[in-house]
Design a protein around this ligand. Sequence first.
Ligand code: PMP
Length: 411
Amino acid sequence: MDKSQEIVDLRKEYLMPCLGFFYKNPPVFERGEMQYLYDVDGKKYLDFFAGVSVMNCGHSNPFILERVINQLSKLQHLTQVYLTSPIVELAEKLSKVLPGDIHNSFFCMSGSEANEGAMLLARIFTGKKKFIALESSLHGRTNLTMAATNIPMWRADPFLPEDILFISHDPEKVLTELEEVLKNNNDIAAFISEPIQGNGGIITPPDWYFKEISKLLKKYNVLFICDEVQTGFARSGSMFAIEEYDVVPDILTMSKALGNGIPIAAFSTTKEIAASFTSPSASTLGGNPVSCTSALAVLDYIKQNNLADKAKKLGGYLREKLENLKEKHPTIKEVRGKGLMLGAELVETDGQPAFEKLDQVLEQLKDRGIILGKNGLHRNVLAFQPPLVINQEDIDFLIEELDLALGNVFG
Ligand code: PMP
């Protein structure tokens, strides 16, 4: 039996059936090297999904690896009630790159946990219970963050709390609906939103969007929690995507690319809001010396290699090429996103979401050595979210192969 089938069978036997996987014939990956992956047969792939925007600095990046291995061999774990240096060094360094006056951080393990913590903090600070979130949002798998998630397939719990009021993300409706909800409810702690919706399908609001939303939130004394779990750490062309919108949120959450593959997450806020969080709270594994060392190395690597500028420049190049493909292949309805977080929505000739054909495109690209992502409410958006260490030749290779695959599948 081949390795791929063996792993599929073991997943079926020992994991939970909720866990799906990409591809009819999925490769088994064994090794990564910056923007490239290798399967057990030694076949090389260009990674254009980065484990969902996690490996921004590349797989097994030697600069990060050296520091992490060194920390692993010195001190691995103690938990937050003991004093160690990396956690405070990281909090200090983060405060210098976070937007505006965002200053204090709490470290935990996953994006869901960071958002859950941010929502708890908003409740503590405001003394209010409810939240506003956008349609097609995704904020996590814990009880409250799943309730704030609007993508039906990611709302497994049949008994979710009813503390979230959803409004349309449509720029034509969002302000009216937001003001309506704010006017009619005096128990709202915060509005939570991704700057660019990732799983929702790289939904990218216009420039004015968050400025106008923030004005309304301030008018009604409601906090803004910005979920940068997927957008953070140079991907959008700025360190945080909300900076592209020239807005400073009250609480910012992060995970994924912060650790470049080592689990770490955080929620960060102003000194004033942080001061309200006095009841004891600590995460056993959160902010341990190894994950904080990885995050410190990530921040240094991003800065030293100008990854934000690189994402902007290469993202612009990729976008132009995708727009050209759109001219040639009418199945591409729209290209959207910022920096190296781009999406291409695929539709059938009658305008219906082309999710089955999208899977065929992904399969062909995989066979030709490219790993591309997908997302969107109807799973019909190609997601281009590579490690930020790719180069122009990688993009040219992707475009050439995508052109061929679209031609094969859509005719
Ligand atoms: N927020 C956003 C915007 C995400 O994209 C995700 C995961 N895709 C999460 C939260 C949840 O993160 P995690 O899987 O680390 O809990």
